[in-house]
Ligand binder design. Structure first.
Ligand code: GLA
Length: 737
């Protein structure tokens, strides 16, 4: 790993054993893209790609007709100077001009990586894990400078990029667009894989080819959204799970975003990602700086399984911060689906006691414990205990839960307020919205104006009081509606374009303060399920409630799609009651657990209500999870068969030493008289003999090339169980040939 500079040619070559990322100073002084892909020889000097066209193209250099920005591959391009594609940034100057021209000024290289003030970002555990290149570019006329940041990591095919803009002129300017990165590629024969959905069906993969024109996904909801996730894969058409070239872009940000691909008519491709420029205007006074969020750019030349594994390990080691980093996650029991808001202390303790008997480790009290919260019309904003439900407070309840031998966790939704709350009555101007105009409600609640420091301070004090007076080990931080009418009351007109971004900075600030005050708390983020499942959140909350849809069959699809861009350790997954609350579908307790165990694992039902026989199964499931959770949360994941393409979906995890693996198969619909199928496994040691579910000995090479037979005998789960059945196969090996 390193960064080589070819001084004479002004080229920078970032590389590790798997990938190279090469940039250089173009003939007109702007920074251009030279190569991004599989590792190449770092001594290679790269000649510029084609920049001369037959007319009509604009020529950017009087003395060199061979250079036109229209054809150049650029690292941080502007519009209006001869490049007619979508720009990475735009700056409105005092004169009304938006014309900008950045040229290279200087650069610096160092070991390690700097944090981005106020924003989540990847980090190094020691300086020798990564090298960073900062390239400073200036526009003397418009009066600003831009620093492009690139960090290459030793252990993963990953480069992190972001940008800092500084006003160096005499007048205030206004940034109207500041994306995190641009990647210009010399050809456009790629497909675009996005992860889309809605509440209850988050992150379904959807692929399309990038023919000429613009492909774009975005969020303008104030959070990253269930509709389009801020993660995309750009891949060759034939790239599959195990072969071919692909790269991923994870935006480390939880607010409005855009991800765009522009395939131009010269056969080139531009990829852009960053804060959505919609309703974004950031005034910058002389000397002030604006720093963008970063993008994690990952690369693979051997398929998407390998790409996902790099992202998984990278996030676990270099993005997540928590005492639970790389540690098995506690098995929890959450009361939401069992009681909703209708509970008292005895009801909660009864559920918790049964959980303890089953072997769970953490009890989570969900919505309904505070203010006048008996339904979703009241209480949000009032973070003090409802003593009618819990006479001894959170303190008393948490102590009783601890006495049972369980840790205690709690639900909060700190960004929201109900009209019927003390907080709103005292501070009606603390919500987003235009005074006198309609304020759109979502789940009967309004959004607090987190761009105001006093609002964040108030919520911090309230939560500090609750957390410091009780024994709290875990917090589920929810966010149940999108932002509308984004207007900060009392703020001046010029500041209104900053509100969406300042809102999310306020959220990050509150997380940061709470994490500092309560470093032992495990945070789980949630936004009506998986509406804020993004790399930004993972820097604060190492796990996220993946979806409110806990139907086992639906979860196979949701978790399969999620796995492309996020590690299993981040996936909040629970067994809930059957028939399922969201779909009405019935599934056995075994099938529900067979998908929930590929995540943080827990239960979301009253275990007192299930038959004894099922309760015994629950005990076995928890014991199984305790034995294998390190593998199930941190092992190398291989997607084997997609639920979006096949009736039989499958995936597996393999331990680092390849001695243990768990394969899961999930059948969708049953058809009669089915033939035997084979699932070809991945990632095993071909010379090891594996015992599968305690039987036989099969070499890894046969399991990978011949496959695992499904079913491998007269197995009722497959033959007679009807629709939506599943099975886990545990592979163990102590013997090599
Ligand atoms: C959201 C969450 C649920 C639950 C409820 C409580 O919908 O996703 O898990 O916490 O809020 O109101």
């Amino acid at each position: 790993m390193g960064i080589i500079i070819h001084e004479k040619e002004k080229q920078f070559h970032l590389f590790n054993s798997k990938m190279s990322y090469c940039i250089g100073v173009c003939p007109d002084g702007e920074i251009g893209q030279l190569y991004f892909g599989k590792k190449i020889n770092e001594d290679q000097i790269i000649s510029y790609p084609q920049t001369k066209g037959i007319r009509p193209v604009c020529c950017n250099l009087k003395e060199n007709e061979n250079y036109s920005k229209e054809l150049a591959l650029l690292e941080y391009p502007a519009f209006g100077n001869g490049d007619f594609r979508k720009p990475a940034y735009e700056i409105m100057q005092k004169t009304g001009s938006r014309v900008t021209n950045l040229v290279y000024k200087t650069h610096s290289i160092y070991h390690g990586k700097k944090a981005i003030p106020g924003l989540p970002s990847a980090y190094t555990n020691s300086d020798d894990e990564a090298a960073t290149l900062e390239v400073l570019c200036v526009d003397e006329v418009a009066g600003f400078e831009v620093t492009l940041f690139y960090t290459i990591f030793e252990n993963y095919p990953v480069v992190c990029r972001h940008t800092r803009i500084k006003n160096t002129g005499n007048d205030e300017v206004k940034i109207t667009k500041a994306l995190s990165c641009c990647i210009d590629l010399p050809d456009n024969e790629y497909n675009w894989l996005q992860f889309e959905g809605a509440w209850g069906r988050e992150r379904y993969p959807a692929e399309r080819s990038l023919s000429h024109g613009i492909t774009s996904i975005e969020s303008m909801r104030g959070h990253s959204s269930a509709n389009y996730n801020p993660f995309v894969i750009v891949k060759r058409e034939n790239t599959d799970e195990d072969h071919g070239e692909a790269f991923g872009l994870n935006l480390v940000y939880s607010g409005n975003f855009i991800a765009e691909a522009e395939a131009d008519t010269y056969g080139k491709l531009r990829i852009l990602m960053g804060i959505n420029p919609g309703w974004f205007e950031w005034p910058l006074k002389t000397g002030e700086e604006f720093e963008t969020p970063e993008v994690i750019i990952s690369y693979s030349d051997d398929g998407m399984n390998s790409l996902s594994q790099s992202i998984h390990h990278f996030m676990n080691n270099n993005l997540v911060r928590s005492p639970y980093k790389n540690k098995p996650r506690p098995i929890l029991l959450n009361n939401w689906e069992a009681t909703e808001m209708d509970f008292d202390e005895e009801k909660i303790l009864k559920i918790a006691r049964k959980g303890k008997e089953a072997g769970v480790e953490l009890f989570v009290l969900d919505d309904g414990w505070f203010g006048k919260r008996n339904d979703d019309y009241a209480g949000l904003g009032d973070w003090f205990v409802n003593t009618e439900k819990l006479p001894e407070g959170i303190k008393g309840l948490s102590e009783k839960i601890n006495e049972l031998g369980l840790k205690f966790g709690i639900w909060i939704e700190p960004e929201m307020v109900n009209e019927d709350s003390d907080l709103y009555r005292a501070h009606p101007d603390w919500v987003l919205g235009v005074p006198g105009s309609t304020k759109t409600l979502g789940r009967h609640q309004m959004v607090l104006d987190y761009s105001k420091k006093e609002v964040v301070d108030n919520i911090y004090s309230q939560l500090y009081e609750v957390f410091s007076n009780a024994s709290i080990s875990y917090v589920k931080w929810d966010m149940n509606r999108s932002i509308t009418e984004c207007f900060s009351q009392g703020e001046n007109a010029e500041a209104q374009g900053t509100v969406y971004h300042k809102y999310i900075l306020g959220v990050y600030d509150l997380y940061e303060r709470l994490m500092k005050a309560f470093p032992e708390i495990l945070f789980e983020s949630c936004a009506s399920g998986g509406s804020r499942f993004d790399a930004g959140m993972m820097h604060y909350a190492p796990q996220a409630w993946c979806s409110d849809d806990t139907d086992g069959h639906e979860r196979v699809k949701i978790q399969y799609g999620t796995s492309y861009g996020y590690p299993l350790s981040t996936v909040g997954a629970h067994v809930s009651a059957s028939p399922n609350l969201q779909t009405g579908r019935s599934m056995s307790i075994a099938d529900r657990a067979n998908i929930a165990c590929f995540g943080t694992f827990g239960y979301e039902l009253d275990l007192n209500e299930i038959p004894d026989e099922e309760f015994d199964t629950v005990k076995e499931q928890i014991a199984f999870m305790k034995e294998y959770r390190e593998l199930l949360q941190y092992g190398d994941l291989y997607r084997l068969s997609s639920p979006f393409e096949k009736n039989l979906a499958a995936w597996m995890v393999v331990s680092e030493d390849k001695k243990t693996a768990i394969v899961a198969v999930y059948k969708n619909l049953k058809s009669p008289n089915e033939g035997q199928q084979r699932i070809r496994l991945r990632g095993l040691d071909e010379d090891r003999k594996y015992i599968v579910n305690g039987k036989g000995e099969i070499f890894g090479d046969l399991l990978m090339n011949g496959g695992l037979s499904i079913p491998d005998g007269d197995e009722p789960w497959y033959m007679g169980n009807g629709d939506f059945s599943s099975k886990l196969y545990v592979l163990k090996s102590d013997v090599t040939k």
